[in-house]
Design a protein around this ligand. Structure first.
Ligand code: HEM
Length: 288
């Protein structure tokens, strides 16, 4: 391949890395806002709000599309990063022959590759921790009754005697039928008595606190999980510290007045966002 072809393909890769990287920054903000509910909304109300939110995130078509774009962006960003690192090494055959590591790729680029690989490992384990449970089972159900004062009369007693509304999976109850996945009705009627959600809230709290929560077994290695999440957020912070502003550079956005603002914003972003993520498992552990 000619030098200019190598250059242009590496510019294209940098362009896509920048686009996917900035999209992933947007994902981080959305994900953070959703997860902050774990510490700002407490008690049964907080559990209900988070489980309803998780259900919405899993079923809303717009969010589903955004999720697929997120998965593709993560893969694209990672594969492009690996290819760029390999390409950079090959583009410097003389340095490579001398095995001069420091000269093969620039220090920030090499650091970005290492930090990015750690983040990729974090995301993979993180998705096994929660996402896989949410999508492929392994979560208890959180069922709560709806307020039906004056609507149900004696039937209410009958229904609730046989169906204790708890975090247990719905028992086979003759009087109750499930509609639209989450709605429990008195069989043969349009009387909705309860709603039932996958209890992601208890799964997260049990994971980071180590306590058994509403029938979900506590994580025996909760402290280790909190430490690993915190260290991963530190790594994410360093990755963003360099990556945020450099994405704008790769997109060719270079402006006397706006570039310093972007750089300052990028640094604030790379400190505040990972910090706010890290504080979630830490507070869950401290308040256990
Ligand atoms: C430390 C705080 C964090 C907590 C408590 C947390 C919690 C969760 C939970 C509960 C889910 C499952 C949601 C669902 O499938 O509906 C999830 C999914 C996910 N998380 Fe996190 N997360 C944290 C940090 C992060 C970070 C820092 C990243 C990226 C670097 C990340 C990337 C993801 C991804 C890619 C998914 C799948 C999203 C989707 O399916 O749309 N998470 N997280």
């Amino acid at each position: 391949m000619s030098n200019s072809a190598v250059l242009s393909s590496s510019i294209a890769k940098k362009y896509w890395m920048a686009l996917t990287g900035l999209f992933l920054c947007l994902f981080l903000v959305g994900h953070l806002i959703g997860n902050l509910q774990l510490i700002f909304k407490v008690g049964e109300e907080g559990r209900k709000a988070f489980n309803e939110y998780a259900y919405f995130m899993q079923t809303n078509i717009f969010i589903k599309i955004m999720s697929y774009i997120t998965y593709i962006s993560i893969l694209f960003h990672a594969v492009d990063g690996i290819l760029l690192t390999i390409q950079n090494k090959k583009a410097r055959p003389i340095n490579y022959a001398y095995n001069n590591q420091a000269a093969n790729t620039s220090t920030p680029a090499r650091m970005m590759a290492i930090l990015g690989s750690i983040i990729l490992i974090f995301i993979a384990t993180h998705m096994v921790n929660f996402w896989a449970k949410m999508h492929f089972g392994g979560l208890k159900l959180h069922t709560y009754e709806l307020s039906m004062e004056g609507q149900m009369g004696p039937q209410k007693q009958q229904v609730y005697h046989t169906h204790t509304l708890s975090a247990q999976p719905i028992p086979e109850v003759e009087q109750i039928e499930v509609k639209n996945e989450i709605e429990l009705y008195v069989k043969g009627s349009n009387l909705k008595v309860a709603e039932t959600y996958k209890d992601l809230h208890s799964a997260v709290i049990a994971f980071f606190s180590g306590n058994d929560v509403h029938g979900t077994t506590g994580n025996k290695s909760a402290l280790l999980a909190v430490i690993l999440y915190t260290v991963s957020m530190l790594v994410l912070g360093f990755h963003l510290w360099h990556g945020f502003a450099s994405a704008f550079q790769s997109l060719g956005i270079n402006h006397k007045r706006y570039t310093p603002i972007i750089q300052t914003f990028g640094k604030a972003f790379s400190v505040l966002v990972p910090f706010a993520f890290a504080i979630i498992p830490i507070l869950i552990y401290i308040n256990r």
